[in-house]
Write a protein that binds this ligand. Structure first.
Ligand SMILES: NC(=O)C1=CN([C@@H]2O[C@H](COP(=O)(O)OP(=O)(O)OC[C@H]3O[C@@H](n4cnc5c(N)ncnc54)[C@H](O)[C@@H]3O)[C@@H](O)[C@H]2O)C=CC1
Ligand SMILES: C[N+](C)(C)CCCC(=O)O
Length: 505
């Protein structure tokens, strides 16, 4: 049953797959929803067809999943880091072996191109492999005290952690959250976005197959209500959330009631600054990478592209030429470079941003329209042509708000000082980028930008060794890199007396 969705993948094409297996997972197996009455249809973005039903978990189901995670945590946390590492390495190996099938299912549910989904799945197993490597290195400190006394610290897990995911990187987000959690000895209950429910449960099955105790990685389906049940549950020690700023604030508020730790990966409106001394072809490629991955539905996208005035004409000519050449269409074809947006409302929202931009005086240099591919089966898909906006000003809606679609806003600038001020004039602070051949300038700009990441002469690469996370309202806490161990563990201090107690009483 479990394997059957994946097993049907090799021959699957767009418009053919229906998922009927239960999508919840706890106690080491898939679990049928208790009542189907609140089922919501899940759509295949490339066709608009119903892919499956998502049935939200209620309070009893959430509690069952958390209890099962807690039981697994008690076993897993007692194992040596090296033993946990071995299981995690096996999980990474299985994902690598099934990468094509998992990527295909991800495409069918998310709409992104297969070429990107394969990279996503690779980054997912790499993250599990990376944290497996760290699991055996967790250690404390030994501190000498007077009179032979000493103290030592232990790095201990938190307990049951909750992961709440967005729909743009469904499998990758589940892996990025569970890998450091599991490496530290925690269990995780993961809730995917209700729009992309089908691949998290595949990860749960793979962890099980690799040998984790039953319940260690659970999946509960649902939306806001299920999410808030998770954030309120007394047995949950931490919530790691990826999504929008308004929901992130609610998650933090709910978690505060029982003092749960929180990691928030929220939205952005990141600046990409292109100086006239850049290598122009690389800067243009960087701008495309910064805006058009996953149909522009990426939180760290560099959607405010500041271009130094002297090179604006050449930049625009090249960026428009390349944007017009992006093959949009069937996301399962290897030649496709842009697939369908996640949903009809999201498509309408993004097109709404483009028409608002026009009203406010922006000029559409290309794209920004609904796109109907010639293949009849894609007629109901949520496609649009990637868009470049010129004549933008800092006060325009398209420059201030996160669009989450394939829309690049280009803004001219004159001086470094001016562009830093304008780049930082936002409540977001997730990422940033700079293209220049002047190395001092590159590092000076990186220092002065208020963002959790700055890419120099590239954009949107995400090696798992490198920490990722926001400044300002883009959130706090980090994912990936060594530092994330600190966000999934706590330090215990043990103080040891070797002599007599000197009592004041
Ligand atoms: N930073 C990022 O990676 C992402 C940002 N976004 C932004 O958010 C916008 C809306 O997308 P949504 O998927 O609706 O984002 P969202 O922030 O509403 O949802 C993200 C996750 O939180 C869950 N959730 C919703 N309400 C909750 C609550 N009250 N308590 C606990 N969990 C809750 C959702 O079910 C989903 O799993 C997008 O248009 C985009 O601007 C969306 C997805 C990813
Ligand atoms: C993989 N990467 C860097 C393109 C995006 C990851 C952040 C997100 O969830 O949007």
């Amino acid at each position: 049953m479990a394997q059957s969705t994946l097993d049907s993948m090799p021959g699957a094409s767009t418009g053919t797959v229906v998922v009927t297996e239960p999508l919840n997972f706890w106690g080491g197996k898939r679990v049928k929803p208790r009542q189907e009455k609140n089922a919501e249809p899940v759509f295949e973005p490339a066709t608009g067809r119903v892919l499956c039903q998502m049935v939200p978990c209620g309070a009893e189901e959430v509690d069952e999943a958390i209890q099962s995670a807690y039981a697994a945590y008690q076993k897993w946390s007692k194992m040596a880091g090296m033993e946990r590492a071995r299981v995690m390495l096996e999980a990474a190996r299985i994902i690598r072996e099934r990468r094509e099938k998992i990527a295909k299912l991800e495409v069918i549910n998310n709409g992104k191109s297969i070429i990107e989904a394969l990279v996503d799945i690779d980054i997912a197993w790499q993250s599990i492999e990376y944290y497996a490597g760290l699991a055996g290195t967790l250690a404390g400190q030994h501190i000498q005290l007077p009179g032979g006394a000493f103290a030592y610290t232990r790095r201990e897990p938190l307990g049951v952690c909750v992961g709440i995911g967005a729909w743009n990187y469904p499998f990758q987000i589940a892996s990025w959250k569970s890998a450091p959690a599991l490496a530290c000895g925690n269990a995780m209950v993961f809730k995917p976005s209700p729009m992309t429910p089908v691949t998290a449960v595949i990860l749960a099955e793979i962890y099980k197959e690799a040998g984790v105790p039953d319940g260690l990685f659970c999946v509960v389906q649902g939306g806001a209500e299920t999410g808030s049940l998770l954030c309120h549950h007394p047995k949950v020690a931490k919530v790691s959330f990826t999504g929008s700023v308004p929901t992130g604030k609610k998650v933090m508020e709910m978690s505060a009631k029982s003092v749960k730790q929180v990691t928030l990966e929220l939205g952005g409106k990141s600046p990409l600054i292109i100086f006239k001394d850049c290598e122009l072809e690389n800067a243009v490629k960087g701008a495309l990478m910064a805006n058009f991955l996953t149909q522009g539905e990426v939180c760290c996208n560099g959607t405010r592209v500041f271009v130094q005035r002297e090179i604006m004409p050449q930049f625009l000519e090249e960026v428009v030429k390349r944007t017009k050449a992006i093959p949009v269409g069937d996301p399962l074809l290897e030649s496709t470079r842009m697939g369908a947006l996640i949903s009809k409302p999201q498509l309408e929202k993004v097109l709404g941003f483009v028409s608002q931009a026009k009203k406010e005086g922006a000029r559409v240099l290309c794209g920004g329209d609904p796109f109907v591919p010639s293949d009849p089966k894609l007629k109901g898909g949520y496609f649009m042509s990637p868009c470049v906006l010129d004549n933008c000003r800092d006060d325009m809606t398209c420059v201030k708000e996160e669009i989450f679609g394939p829309v690049m806003s280009v803004l001219p600038f004159d001086t470094e000082e001016e562009v830093i001020k304008r780049a930082n004039n936002t409540t977001f602070g997730l990422a940033s980028g700079v293209f220049t051949r002047d190395i001092s300038r590159a590092h000076r700009v990186a220092e002065n930008l208020e963002a959790g990441t700055c890419f120099i002469n590239n954009y949107n690469i995400s090696p798992v060794e490198v920490p990722f996370g926001g400044y300002k309202m883009s959130g706090f806490g980090r994912e990936n890199g060594q530092v994330t161990i600190e966000y999934y563990s706590q330090l215990k201090t043990v103080v040891v007396e070797m002599g007599d107690v000197e009592s004041l009483f």
